[in-house]
Design a protein around this ligand. Structure first.
Ligand code: ADP
Ligand code: ADP
Length: 233
């Protein structure tokens, strides 16, 4: 089963006199359960590609299929529902709501998805255990370390069982110890079946992914599939 299929995705920014071709026709497939890293120099189109997949942005031409569904064909009402139910987002900064505890931040994702209230506490506890944040569930973001906040953000992203987890530089604001913990939590959720696409500049972060796609000038120009033992620099 394919979690994602990009077909000749092109994205132009600007107007006729000043066009930037951020994506120049990108095609690739991601099977359900894969763990992909997107790497490439600054300005190469990684974030644009991620945004076209996440429906934050729209390709100028080409197709993005998530779970076989052409996301560009979704109307605005369907779009928000699609994002809520199918996608999990992790950004460089955790973007937690300051006035809510960790538990409330994570639970909110389920409330919005209209999961029945009875099921919510157990799901929050389970995902917290996996990310080793059980002990901070009743703290507010300002009472947590950056690494804890980022793991709460990951919990919020995955608690609804998304088809696809999209992460843009998730370790970008973390020190090496917290990066490793975050990456180990990604690895564990990937082993549990989540499909992950992570944009990163950091080759040690990318080494956790099974397949690394390299982007340059808006194109995929290389791909490395890792064996099991090639990790660790
Ligand atoms: P790079 O991809 O080279 O690391 P940046 O990290 O500066 O570049 O950000 C890439 C783009 O992603 C920027 O245009 C920024 O505005 C956008 N971006 C970052 N975080 C978010 C977010 N939470 N929601 C939407 N867009 C975001
Ligand atoms: P990366 O994430 O690899 O750093 P981006 O996807 O952010 O690259 O950017 C790819 C290209 O598209 C760059 O040349 C960037 O300047 C341009 N670009 C990105 N977002 C916009 C925008 N909103 N308007 C105009 N140009 C943009």
């Amino acid at each position: 089963r394919l979690a994602l299929s990009c077909k000749e995705v092109e994205k132009l920014y600007g107007s006729r006199s000043n066009v930037t071709r951020a994506l120049a026709g990108v095609s690739f497939d991601v099977a359900a359960g894969e763990y992909i890293a997107l790497m490439g120099p600054s300005g190469s189109g990684k974030t644009t590609l991620l945004n076209c997949i996440s429906t934050i942005d729209r390709p100028t031409s080409g197709q993005v299929l998530v779970d076989g569904q052409d996301v560009c064909a979704l109307k605005s009402g369907q779009l928000s529902r699609f994002r809520r139910e199918r996608l999990g987002f992790v950004f460089q900064d955790s973007n937690l709501l300051d006035t809510l505890t960790a538990r409330e931040n994570v639970a909110l994702a389920l409330t919005i998805n209209r999961v029945s209230a009875r099921g919510i506490p157990a799901r929050v506890e389970a995902v917290a255990e996996r990310l080793e944040i059980s002990d901070v569930l009743d703290k507010f973001p300002y009472q947590m370390s950056g690494g804890q906040r980022q793991r709460v953000a990951v919990a919020r992203a995955i608690v609804g069982d998304p088809t696809l987890v999209l992460a843009d530089e998730p370790t970008g604001s973390l020190d090496s110890k917290n990066s490793r913990r975050l990456l180990e939590s990604f690895e564990a959720m990937n082993e549990d079946g989540a499909t992950i696409i992570m944009v990163t500049h950091d080759s040690s972060a990318a080494s956790y992914a099974r397949r690394v796609l390299f982007v340059k000038d808006g194109r995929l120009f290389n791909e490395v599939v890792r064996g099991d033992k090639t990790r660790k620099q």
